[in-house]
Ligand binder design. Structure first.
Ligand SMILES: O=P(O)(O)OC[C@H]1O[C@](O)(COP(=O)(O)O)[C@@H](O)[C@@H]1O
Length: 342
């Protein structure tokens, strides 16, 4: 019986009760992190409602602004950003936030707050208007700046190994919240008629390998030798190609079924497209807690020392044997390059 079994809570336990019971495992816990997780769940319920009715109340489509990434903001990007920031501000546990939608840090006014949150309020923007699964991704750290003052960018430039919790919400055929606090990964399905998340996927473990690869082959012309060889390896072994174009949705499928998601360096995105702080690190924490792996092709994602709040990095994430295989072929590529350049 592993460590998690003795804490097992039955399927159908509400998220609130689950959070409370897990807090009891930490005698010195103050309840602030528990409340923070509840605040995120509340905002997720509101955003879920907005997404479900977006086609009816004219909140679909472009907002008309560009975000710090240079991407056209969708109206729902802005609404989700506002909803999560408001919930975190009202909760009182968070002093400062960084968001994919904002260039600078966002102060909540809660200078006594012990935590900072990095968030991608709505992931999969290209799929928002076409009824394809999208998501929210969040990462929680303890602040390093002194309590009583405003937080700052230094509070966020911590490696992923310092995360105290991370998770995502997937707005799909059903809405789920999946998160970890470093003691395994659990998934909760939302029951809109009751307004509650219920434990539906306890102690998620990802298969050691799989037969699904997720990469945008539209960019394959500019894939490196190693990435090209890995994609060929997948095809030679009759893997299925599955690419929804929403990171959360592709990641969630592969987490449960086995597989690998890759966003490599490309001509358009030499450092990859995904952001380290609020896309790569939180999903890396989840996948590792589920027995999987995440890397930038050479280094464990969660050991990367961030230099910028919005920095991008390549991502190879999923079943451990597939990430190992990808790293092996990339290492071969680099050794060839080293020989060629020597
Ligand atoms: O269209 P591309 O280049 O394959 O990129 C798709 C990837 O970009 C993303 O949409 C990036 O996220 P945002 O939508 O939050 O900007 C991922 O969800 C997805 O996996």
């Amino acid at each position: 019986m592993n460590h998690h079994d003795k804490l097992a809570l039955p399927v159908g336990t509400t998220l609130d009760r689950f959070i409370m019971r897990k807090q009891e495992d930490f005698p010195y816990a103050t309840g602030e992190l528990s409340q923070l997780l509840r605040d995120i769940a509340l905002a997720a319920k509101i955003v879920n409602r907005e997404i479900n009715r977006s086609g009816l109340i004219d909140i679909a489509g472009a907002y008309g602004n560009r975000n710090v990434q240079g991407e056209d903001q969708q109206k729902l990007d802005v609404i989700a950003n506002i909803r999560f920031i408001r919930a975190l501000r009202n909760g009182g546990e968070v002093c400062t936030i960084i968001s994919e939608e904002d260039e600078d840090v966002i102060q909540t006014g809660n200078t006594q707050g012990k935590y900072v949150v990095a968030i991608d309020p709505l992931d999969g923007s290209s799929n928002i208007d076409v009824n394809v699964s999208i998501g929210t991704i969040f990462s929680i750290y303890r602040r390093v700046s002194p309590t009583g003052s405003e937080g700052n960018s230094q509070d966020f430039l911590q490696p992923g190994t310092h995360q105290v919790a991370a998770g995502y919400v997937i707005y799909g055929s059903s809405t789920m919240m999946v998160y970890t606090t470093g003691n395994g990964v659990n998934g909760f399905t939302y029951e809109p008629s009751l307004g509650e998340f219920f434990l539906s996927h306890p102690n998620i473990l990802t298969p050691k390998t799989g037969a699904v690869y997720s990469v945008n082959e539209g960019s394959s012309e500019s894939f490196s030798q190693g990435v090209t060889e890995f994609v060929a390896y997948c095809k030679d072994n009759s893997f299925s190609a599955r690419y929804i174009g929403s990171l959360v949705a592709d990641f969630h499928r592969n987490l449960l079924k086995g597989g690998i998601y890759i966003y490599p360096p490309t001509a358009k995105a030499p450092n990859g497209k995904l952001r380290l702080m609020y896309e790569c690190n939180p999903l890396a924490f989840i996948v590792e807690q589920a027995g999987g792996k995440a890397s930038n092709g050479r280094q464990r994602t969660m050991e990367i020392e961030p230099r910028d709040m919005h920095e991008r990095c390549p991502l190879f994430i999923g079943s451990p044997e597939l990430v190992d295989k990808a790293e092996e072929l990339l290492a071969k590529e680099h050794s060839h390059d080293a020989v060629a350049n020597s």
